[in-house]
Design a protein around this ligand. Structure first.
Ligand SMILES: N[C@@H](CCC(=O)N[C@@H](CS)C(=O)NCC(=O)O)C(=O)O
Length: 205
């Protein structure tokens, strides 16, 4: 398998999951802000016509896109690691509830904050929206190690990734001690350290 990613983008979540699952995989960065080529010089639009990461190329050459689909695909390949509850259970729908929330209510609310063309009013409204949503997440995490309880799941890899964007847009997650502790706890996981190092976001050990 091969993951196409941009350092620190939402593709960090499948990168963490690949590490967490103990997969053997390749990865390659995309220059999303500049040439929109892969680091080895391929036109990224030929790999994913949608033009965004993450992209997972499977061993048979099929191309899988959309983070929540990629993340669940990976989790189901290593079911014994319990990165997602079993398909068909209510817990699985709880996981999907979180993935949809993180994707549509958090991840996409950050987009204007990274967009130089977005108006200041739009940015302000997006930031207020994110803060309201994070207030909710912080309450949900009270007394829990992870979003679904005691097991780290793919939803945690995704939420960790999105929470990390606060530092780039002037949003201090320290306002919510439960979120700050959660983020710090996940940051220390060996899989997270490995993915962050691979993306050049922390120095190599
Ligand atoms: N619906 C997609 C959205 C992915 C997405 O927003 N990717 C961003 C990085 S976090 C990206 O590659 N943006 C570059 C672009 O759209 O040109 C998913 O959930 O995977």
């Amino acid at each position: 398998m091969k993951l196409y990613y941009a350092p620190g983008a939402c593709s960090l979540a499948p990168h963490i999951i690949l590490e967490e699952g103990g997969f053997t995989y390749d990865s390659e960065a995309i220059d999303l802000r500049g040439s929109r080529m892969t680091i080895s010089g391929k036109d990224f639009s030929e790999i994913n016509p949608k033009g965004y990461v993450p992209v997972l190329v499977l061993d048979d050459g099929q191309v899988l896109t959309e983070g929540p689909a990629i993340n669940q695909y990976l989790a189901d390949r290593v079911a014994e690691k319990k990165l997602a509850p079993a398909n068909g259970t209510l817990e699985r729908y709880r996981l999907q509830e979180w993935l949809a929330f993180i994707s549509t209510e958090l991840h996409k609310s950050f987009s204007p904050l990274f967009n130089p063309a977005a108006s200041e009013d739009w940015k302000k409204a997006s930031l207020e929206n994110i803060e309201r949503r994070l207030e909710y997440v912080a309450k949900q995490l009270a007394g829990k190690q992870f979003l679904l309880g005691e097991n780290f799941t793919i939803a945690d890899a995704y939420l960790f990734t999105v929470l990390g964007w606060g530092q780039y847009v002037g949003l201090d997650i320290g306002k919510w001690p439960a979120l700050k502790e959660y983020h710090g706890r996940i940051f220390m996981r060996p899989s997270v350290q490995a993915a962050l190092m691979a993306e050049g976001l922390i120095p190599s050990a």
